[in-house]
Structures are given as structure tokens and as C-alpha cells.
Design a protein around this ligand. Structure first.
Ligand SMILES: [Zn+2]
Ligand SMILES: [Zn+2]
Length: 427
């Protein structure tokens, strides 16, 4: 009798364990995971191919062709050459419903830094140093996984592969605007729109942040006489600018710090002003130095920029003819708070609490032209981790040793496929 009771207890425990496992992942999300695992090696091969053949903004011909061919092979409705090299893929589900859009950027950047991977760039001076090869691959992976279960999908999924995200410090005509001007939103009318960018936190995690994500920003443009000693002037400018920083720590470097960084408990990113300047560029008449003034409070930023203007004018003389101006903040990301909170809770429930990173404060970055697409459509711009300390991989975009743990592709494809399914099924 006692034996029987034990057996019954054991059977009951097994049943509870099995049921709880089923609850963690509904069958459709299990399909997402198994399809992701199945195609992972092929996605890595695609990513490496794109990585070896990086293309600058608006010149993503090879990448764009690869993307369009891949989407066609999945039997999606494909529109090529939108806004130059942009591609749109439309996946129609089995029933009518909402339209959820996913955007990926495809361009690389000019870089003289050595590429720290075996499959290094074959194009001199051009490199995927911002991870757009990974973004493009995640976009293709999403299209593959979701098209494999299209008979179970309600509504439409739109994939937007965008040229020319890499814009300089001052606003230029970018790929998102080019696609809009070329009729993107006449072809598709998404109800919600999402994107991701690789970030330097640990692989396996995503950061889904409601509301404003990036700091307020003022581009700095400094011009001076081409006969001047550029290095000396740059140094003098930096020495002046540093006095206006709210913290002695370099905030751009401290972003990933476990304590004072953007995810740290003692974060410095809730209340700050900081600045940085880049290399001087020379044309026939003058040198130009670009910089950025970033901060958490827009009013304070205006006041600080006036003070900086005065100080910099004081180091101008007839020999260097120094001029400084501040541009306008141009990318204002805004993640719909309700959708971000829902997305965060959903990913946490499905993939566990360790999948979510929660930032404290604002990122002092220059943003992404995704914000232009976001202007009239609710959705979110979600960061995905690509670093792996054990492997010595640090995925801080634009840094000299930038690299990505490729399992970020697998996490991105499974998490965001599940998220898109969830949004299609929502009211
Ligand atoms: Zn970039
Ligand atoms: Zn980027």
C-alpha cells in the first residue's frame, strides 16, 4: 500500500513537471525554437558571407540582392529597389488580421581597424563594425521561421530591409527616409513596427525599454582654418569641453560597467551631460571636427551648449578662425510604453527572466534612423546582447575590436519570431 502511494506520488510529480514544461512554451513557440535550431548553421553562413562583403550606405547592391533572393525562395511577395537598395518582403498568414513589421538595416561603415574574426572583410577600408550583417541575418531568420508556420499565422508580417542607416554626426538623407519617400508606406501599412540593434551586453539577453531610449543630443560642428595645427586645436577643444561634463568618467566607455553603467544599480545615466569629439576632416579651405553633446535634460543641454559656444569662441584667433555651431537633435526614438511592457513580460514568461535587461537612464548615443519609421507607427526598438566575456567578445558597435557572439542570431530569431506571433494574435 505504502509502495503504491509512493508510485502514485511519483507519477503525479512527473505529470506536474511535464505540464509545467508545456506551459513554459506553447507548441507554436516550440516550433519556432526547433525551426530556429534547424536553420541556425545556414544563418551563420549567410552572416559570414555578408560580413566578408560589406557595402557602404546606399551601395548595398550585393546584400540587397541576397536578401531579395532569399525572401523570394521563401515564397514571400518581394519588392526590390525601394529607396535605392531597400527590400520589402510580405508574408501573408492563413487568416486576415493585423500587419506587424520588422525592420533590419544592411549597410557597413568605413573602418581602418583590423577585423578580429576569421571571416574578415574582403573589402579594404569597409567593415561591418556596427553589426548590421547580424541584423540582416536575424531579419532573414525571422522570415524563414515565420514562413515555415504561415498556415498557422493570422495577419501579415512585413520585413523591411533598409539601406543607409550609418549616418554621420550631423543629419543626412538616410535609408529610412529614402524608403518612405519611395512609397514604403503605400506598399505596406503596418499596425506595429519593431527592430533590434546589437549591443554590448551579454548574448542571450534583450533590453526592451519603454519610452525614450537615447539621450537628448546636440551635434557639435567646429570649423577652422586649414593652415592650423589640427591636433593641437582638437586637444584645446577637448580640454575645454571636458569641463562641462557632469562626471569625470568617460560615459561612453562606462556604458557597460556593471555598477555605474546603463544597467548598473549605481547608474550614472539618469542625470548627466557629456561630450566627445571625433577626428578632424580636412577639405581645401578648412578643417571640420564633429562632436556630440549628450544629456538627460534637454533644457540643461541648451544652456550648456551656449556656455560651450562662448568658451570655444574665446580660443579662436585670426590664425585659426575657429567657428562652432550646434545642430539639432534629430533622432528621437520613442518606444510605445504599453507595447514595450507587454513585449518585456511576454519574452520573460516564454524565455525566462534572465532574457531581459533593464536599462536605467538614457543611452548617450546618436540614435538610429529607425526613429523616422517609428514616427507614426507604434512599436519598439529593442537592443540585443552580443558580448561573451568568456570568449573575449565585446560587441560595442563602432569600437575597434567590435565582434558578435553569433548565437545572438539564434536568440534574436527565436525571441522576435515569438514576439511577432504574439503581436499578430493580439487584439
Ligand atoms: Zn552604427
Ligand atoms: Zn548600427
Amino acid at each position: 500500500m505504502i509502495k503504491h502511494n509512493h508510485l502514485r506520488q511519483l507519477a503525479l510529480t512527473c505529470l506536474i513537471v511535464l505540464l509545467s514544461q508545456c506551459q513554459n512554451k506553447e507548441p507554436i513557440h516550440q516550433l519556432v525554437q526547433s525551426r530556429t535550431d534547424e536553420i541556425y548553421d545556414s544563418l551563420v553562413a549567410i552572416r559570414r558571407d555578408i560580413h566578408q562583403h560589406p557595402e557602404m550606405s546606399f551601395k548595398e547592391y550585393r546584400t540587397s540582392n541576397l536578401v531579395a533572393n532569399y525572401l523570394e525562395s521563401l515564397d514571400l511577395e518581394v519588392h526590390r529597389n525601394i529607396g535605392g537598395t531597400g527590400v520589402i518582403g510580405i508574408l501573408q498568414g492563413a487568416e486576415e488580421g493585423k500587419t506587424i513589421a520588422w525592420r533590419a538595416d544592411m549597410d557597413a561603415l568605413a573602418s581602418e581597424y583590423p577585423d578580429v574574426v576569421e571571416f574578415a572583410s574582403l573589402v579594404e577600408g569597409v567593415r561591418h563594425g556596427c553589426g548590421h550583417d547580424v541584423h540582416t541575418t536575424i531579419g532573414l531568420g525571422l522570415a524563414n521561421v515565420l514562413s515555415s508556420i504561415r498556415h498557422r499565422l493570422k495577419g501579415k508580417v512585413v520585413f523591411i530591409f533598409q539601406p543607409a542607416e550609418e549616418t554621420p554626426i550631423v543629419r543626412v538623407y538616410s535609408g529610412a527616409q529614402a524608403m518612405i519617400d519611395d512609397g514604403l508606406f503605400n506598399i505596406v501599412q503596418p499596425d506595429e513596427l519593431y527592430a533590434t540593434h546589437i549591443s554590448d551586453f551579454a548574448v542571450g539577453k534583450v533590453s526592451i525599454y519603454p519610452g525614450r531610449l537615447f539621450a537628448h543630443l546636440k551635434p557639435i560642428i567646429i570649423k577652422f582654418n586649414s593652415d592650423s595645427d589640427a591636433e593641437a586645436i582638437k586637444k584645446r577643444i577637448e580640454d575645454q569641453l571636458i569641463k562641462f561634463n557632469s562626471h569625470s568618467t568617460d560615459l561612453w566607455e562606462a556604458m557597460g560597467d556593471p555598477k555605474i553603467g546603463i544597467f548598473g544599480d549605481s547608474t550614472l545615466f539618469n542625470d548627466f551631460v557629456c561630450s566627445r569629439v571625433f577626428e578632424a576632416e580636412k577639405d581645401e579651405q578648412e578643417y571640420i571636427i564633429y562632436g556630440q553633446l549628450a544629456g538627460s535634460d534637454p533644457e540643461q543641454l541648451i544652456a550648456t551648449s551656449k556656455q560651450i559656444k562662448e568658451v570655444i569662441s574665446n580660443i579662436s584667433d585670426s590664425s585659426n578662425a575657429l567657428e562652432i555651431e550646434f545642430g539639432e537633435d534629430y533622432y528621437n526614438h520613442y518606444n510605445n510604453p504599453e507595447l514595450s511592457n507587454l513585449s518585456r513580460a511576454f519574452i520573460r514568461n516564454l524565455y525566462g527572466s534572465t532574457a531581459i535587461m533593464r536599462p536605467h537612464g538614457l543611452v548617450p548615443g546618436s540614435g538610429d534612423d529607425f526613429s523616422i519609421l517609428q514616427e507614426n507607427i507604434p512599436g519598439g526598438y529593442y537592443a540585443i546582447g552580443g558580448s561573451n566575456a568568456k570568449k573575449g567578445i565585446i560587441s560595442a558597435p563602432h569600437s575597434p575590436n567590435f565582434a558578435v557572439d553569433e548565437s545572438a542570431i539564434s536568440y534574436g530569431v527565436s525571441y522576435f519570431s515569438s514576439l511577432i506571433i504574439e503581436r499578430l494574435n493580439s487584439e
